[in-house]
Design a binder for this molecule. Sequence first.
Ligand code: XMP
Length: 509
Amino acid sequence: MILILDFGSQYTQLIARRVREANVYCEIHPYNFAIDKIRALKPRGIILSGGPSSTYDDDAPDISDEVLRLGCPVLGICYGLYIIAQHLGAKSVSSRAREYGPATLTIDEPDPLFEGLAGKEHRVWMSHGDRVEALPDSLQPIAHSGHSPFAAFRTYDGRMRAIQFHPEVVHTPCGAQVLRNFVLKICGEAGDWTMANFVQTKTAEIRSQVGATDRVLMALSGGVDSAVAAALIYRAIGPRLKCVFVDTGLSRAGERERMERVFARQRGVDLKVIDASTLFVERLAGVLDPETKRKIIGATFIDVFESEEVVGGARFLGQGTLYPDVIESVSFKGPSAVIKSHHNVGGLPERMKLELIEPLRLLFKDEVRALGHELGLPSEIVDREPFPGPGLAVRIVGEVTRERLDLLRRADAIVMEEISRDGFGARLWQAFAVLLPLKTVGVMGDGRSYESTIAVRAVESQDGMTADWARLPPDFLARLSSRITNETKGVNRVVYDITSKPPATIEWE
Ligand code: XMP
C-alpha cells in the first residue's frame, strides 16, 4: 500500500484517486499519524500532500524525522516539498508573491518520476507562496519552472523526491503519469489492485469478522452504497445476511418494487419490507422547517429499526459508509460545517448494541459502482443518481402530506422517464422535481385554475460539492412542462431552476 499523509490540501483526495487509478491501494491519514501505526501499515511508499500552511507559520504542521527514515520511497508534493527540503537542510524563503495557476516545468535531469513523458517541457499547475532558494549537497535538482529554480529535486540515493507542482489535478496533464511512475516504478507496486481482487479479499475478511454462525442486518435505502455493501456481504456469508427495506413513503416511484425484484426475487436475499409510511407521514404533519424534517426522519428510522422484530438476533449491522465520509471525520481539517444534517443510521449501532460492518469504507463512489458491476448488480441500481436519505420530504417545500407526496411522485416519475428517454442521464448528476408551497392562477379549457407549482432541477456536477444547472434544450423542457401539467392533477405551472451551487444547494431543503 501507499500511505498519503495529509497536510490539509483540498486536493489530497485527488492524490488518492490518481494512485487508485494506477490500480494501487492507498490510504490517507493525517500528517501526525503515529509512527507505530505507520510501521504497521508497511507502506511501500509515502506521499506528503500539499497544504494551506507555510513552513514559516508558527504552528506549521510537520512530521517526525522517523517517517523519512522508514526506508521506503517518499514523494513530497507542494507543502510536502518544503517538509523534505526542511528536514534535509535546504534553504527556502517565504515570498509574498504567490505562484498560482499554470506554469511550465522544464526537466533538467532524467528521473524515473518523469519516465514516459515526451519532451522536456510540461504544463503544470502551481499553487504556493514559499520557494526553495538553495539546496544542500544531499539534494539534486531535477527540474525548474519560471518562478521556482528547484521545482523538483531528489536525494542522491533516489529515495526521496519532491515536486513543487500538483500532479493530482487535471490542469497538470502529465500528472497522472508522474504519480503512476512514483507508485509503480519507484515504489515497485504491482498495480494489481482491482475490483475482482477487492471482492476476494473483502469477502474473506467479512467471513472472518462475522464467524461461522453470526448474522448481519443491513438496511437497504434504495441507494447505490447500501445495495453494493449488501451484495458484497451476501457474497461472503449468503443467507446469514438479513436485509430490511423501510418503506418510509418518502421514496421515488417504484423504489420498493425495485428492491424486492433485484434482491429478493432475482437473488434470493432474505429481504423484509416494513411499511412505515403512515408513521413517517404522521410525524411530519405540520412540520415546515427543513432541519426539523431531517431530524424527525432520522429519529423515526431508528425507532422503526429498534423493534425486536427487525434485529432478529443479528450481531452485526452492515453500513454503506464510503471513504470520503471516513476521511472527512479523521482528516487534518476536521469535519466541515454542517449545512444540512445528513440522514443516516448513525447512533443506531450503539443503541442496538450491534457491531458495525462497513465493507466499503475505503472506497470512493466510482469504485463502489465498479464493485457493484463486478458483483453483477444491474445498472438500474449501480448507476443511479444520488438520492437524499430524507427522500421526497426535502423536495416538498412546506408541509409533507400523503397527497402532496403522491403529487410529487407523479411529477418526478415524468422527469425520470423523459431524462432517461433522451439519454441525458449520463451527463447529469441529478434531475428531479420539487413541489413548491405555492399556488398560482392558470387557465385550463374554459375555466380558471388555482393550483400547485412544480420546479424542475437538473444539475451537472463532479462530486455534488459544487454544481451547475444543466443547459437542457428548450424543446426538451417544453415537453417536460406539458407532460407534467397534463398528467399531474393539481399542477398548472412548471418552473426550471437556473441556480448553481453555490449559492443554492442541489436539494431545495
Ligand atoms: P445539497 O443539497 O447539499 O446536496 O447540495 C448534495 C448532494 O447530497 C445529496 N443529499 C443527501 N444525501 N443524505 C444523503 O445521503 C442526505 O440527507 C442528503 N441530503 C442531500 C443530494 O441529493 C446531492 O446529491
